[in-house]
Design a protein around this ligand. Structure first.
Ligand code: GMT
Length: 394
């Protein structure tokens, strides 16, 4: 806001509002943009879970999905596109920034086609991961995703890995810019000691895993890894679950981990737990970035993780964390044991992790990259949907 040539923009943001990294990034981005003086309009079927109410210059527009009983599967893409067009027209949006291609990018392109040329916002699509690595490979989705990316005014990816992967999977879909994920930690309401007490943790090393527990996170490997730690009295594993942990209860029993595992489901105040953790553990088989690792780094908590996807762009192996080939549960456990017993090394990695996170992945570093992209698009022509074929909503 302080810069002389600052131009406030009107920005629409669409994302999945439930627990998940892409929704977290989209809502934090919106909040940060609003704090910098832009007007931000969220468009989704629910208020994004990490978006507080009554933030200045921030608005939420709910998409209503009607289940008329006519169809076997209710449709979200069409009401979403109509709401996007309506918000763009009523609020004069400069930018419509959609997070996770399916179905947001397709809906945005459709919305743009419903508007007169002078009402059309620039469409920015951010790819987050499985929208390319999984759905992009599905012949029932791939062509629609490629079309929406081609028609977007700009496409960003959250890592170099995801950019390469998207080019490989979707072919020539125009230039993509890497803009890394970021985190802006809030201040915890309790002290580290208070949170550890609440968790029942004393001298043990507190290992943290936070995820939506989907199959790609390989919770089977996570549990197998900690089961291989020889000194069971040396650690507790805290699972911050974006969903129910119940399906894994049997495995916990089978592996004799009942006294080692603490579960908290759908927590909103993650900072409380991040500050209490000593080590992170992530066993994913694929990950475009892994926001959870970054969140822990901001609290000086280094991770032991599988060396997959974009993770090596976040963690420097042997500097601020340890990377192990996917599936190697024995070496994951040995790496944990090394950092459990060697407190100095753990602290050294933790400090390096905090420094690296602040230097490379803070809001202060990343938000200006999005602002610069938006400003570069405003005033340019969009790929298509110009001319007389436009249907007016007036
Ligand atoms: O693609 C997914 O699995 C879901 C997606 C999400 O919406 O949380 O996660 C992806 O986006 C996050 C935020 O950019 C990344 O931190 C995750 O690594 C990524 N997940 C995968 O690539 C599996």
């Amino acid at each position: 806001m302080s810069s002389d040539n600052f131009r406030p923009l009107k920005i629409g943001i669409s994302c999945y509002p439930t627990v998940g990294g892409s929704g977290v990034i989209a809502s934090t981005l919106g909040k940060e943009l609003a704090e910098r003086g832009h007007e931000v309009h969220f468009i989704a079927y629910e208020r994004p879970f990490r978006l507080a109410a009554n933030l200045p210059r921030t608005f939420f527009h709910q998409v209503t999905i009607n289940d008329y009983g006519l169809f076997k599967y209710p449709d979200y893409t069409l009401p979403l596109s109509v709401k996007m067009a309506e918000v763009s027209r009523l609020h004069n949006l400069d930018i419509l920034h959609v997070h996770y291609a399916v179905p947001h990018a397709t809906a945005a392109i459709l919305a743009r086609c419903m508007l007169k040329p002078e009402q059309q916002p620039k469409v920015v699509t951010t790819l987050h991961g499985t929208d390319t690595t999984l759905l992009g490979r599905d012949p029932n989705y791939g062509p629609a995703i490629a079309h929406a990316l081609n028609q977007s005014d700009a496409v960003t990816t959250v890592s170099r890995f995801l950019k390469k992967e998207s080019e490989l999977v979707l072919g020539c879909v125009g230039p993509m810019q890497v803009i890394y994920n970021f985190f802006e930690p809030g201040a915890p309401a309790h002290t580290r000691e208070e949170t550890r007490r609440e968790l029942g943790v004393n001298e043990e090393v507190l290992i943290l895993h936070s995820s939506n527990l989907r199959s790609v996170k390989r919770i089977d490997h996570l549990l197998e890894t900690v089961a291989r730690i020889k000194d069971k009295a040396s650690f507790k594993l805290l699972v911050l679950a974006g969903g129910s942990f119940e399906p894994f209860a049997e495995d916990v029993k089978r592996l004799g981990l009942e006294n080692n595992i603490i579960v908290r489901e759908n927590v909103l105040d993650i900072e409380e737990y991040l500050q209490a953790a000593d080590l992170g553990l992530f066993t994913s088989e694929s990950e475009s970035f892994c926001l959870s690792i970054l969140e822990a780094m901001f609290f000086g908590c280094p991770s032991v993780s599988t060396n997959v996807g974009g993770i090596p762009e976040v963690v420097e192996d042997g500097v601020n964390g340890l990377l192990v080939p996917f599936g190697d549960v024995e070496n994951l456990a040995l790496s944990l044991e090394k950092l459990i017993v060697n407190i100095e090394l753990r602290i050294k990695f933790g400090e390096a992790a905090r420094r690296h996170a602040n230097e490379k992945f803070s809001a202060e570093v990343i938000i200006p990259q999005y602002e610069a992209l938006y400003q570069s698009l405003v005033g340019q022509d969009s790929p298509s949907c110009r001319g007389p074929k436009v249907l007016s909503l007036d």
